[in-house]
Write a protein that binds this ligand. Structure first.
Ligand SMILES: C[S@@+](CC[C@H](N)C(=O)[O-])C[C@H]1O[C@@H](n2cnc3c(N)ncnc32)[C@H](O)[C@@H]1O
Length: 237
């Protein structure tokens, strides 16, 4: 693998203004305008090398996707991945995908209240030591930010191999009064359909036989209403 210096990474990112957003704060409240439509916006916080967000954008053209990571080298790698996914279909620029260099600690400086419809947290760093709990991306201090950013159909979708992070997250969602659904302790044993999109870490961990945990938390009032209707039907209430 050819190694790039920091300058090389920056130059590469600066040359990809069609896909890479290096000044995401300047788009706060303007992401729909950047995409040129008012389709819902789904973000992955901590996208890593971008396999999930690239494939999701290709699979769901009527949704706008934003992959966020704090490391420029990962944003560069995600850019390569995104183009590799889209180019065979004749798109040099993925039309419904942006990759943003940002730290989720400052998410509210990047997105306007209600601007997002869904937040994906895939294989977020588990920070297993208690003294690092505040760094977990499902810590209530982050849930508080997400609640502000998500609109009426807002949901948080979590996937992780870490049992401790999963337990912590379920408790944090519950403490926050969020309804949870589609909880799985072993996603791949429970059966995934062909629509399922794997992340890099998911590919790695399932290859080693590690269980994947998954859960969806409902944040928006309209999402809750829809879920209640489904629940009534499901249990014939
Ligand atoms: C374990 S990796 C998972 C990558 C990918 N989601 C996957 O499932 O393959 C976690 C990612 O979250 C990113 N990350 C962690 N904390 C972050 C923060 N505060 N802001 C932005 N990115 C963060 C890391 O840089 C890393 O790429």
């Amino acid at each position: 693998m050819r190694l790039r210096g920091r300058k090389g990474i920056r130059e590469s990112l600066e040359g990809q203004t069609d896909l890479v957003i290096l000044d995401p704060r300047s788009h706060k409240g303007q992401w729909s305008a950047l995409f040129g439509n008012d389709h819902p916006i789904h973000v992955e916080f901590g996208m890593g090398k971008g396999q999930f967000i690239s494939q999701m954008s290709f699979k769901y053209p009527d949704i706008n996707f934003i992959g966020v990571d704090m490391y420029d080298e990962l944003v560069r790698r995600a850019g390569e991945k995104a183009r590799a996914v889209w180019e065979p279909a004749g798109h040099e620029t993925p039309p419904n995908l942006k990759l943003a260099l940002a730290n989720i600690n400052y998410a509210e400086e990047v997105f306007e209240p209600g601007e997002l419809e869904r937040i994906y947290l895939n294989f977020s760093d588990p920070w297993p030591k208690g003294k690092h709990a505040r760094r977990r991306l499902t810590h209530p201090r982050f849930l508080d930010k997400y609640r502000g950013l998500l609109g009426p159909l807002g949901e948080i979708h979590l996937k992780t191999d870490s049992r401790s992070l999963f337990e912590f997250s379920l408790n944090a969602f519950a403490d926050f009064g969020l309804q949870m659904k589609n909880i799985s302790l072993d996603l791949h044993a429970d059966g995934i359909n062909e629509e399922h999109v794997m992340t890099e870490y998911e590919t790695k961990f399932t290859g080693r036989g590690v269980n994947i945990h998954r859960c969806e938390a409902i944040v928006g009032a309209e999402a809750m209403e829809r879920y209640q209707a489904i629940r009534m039907e499901k249990y014939r209430l």
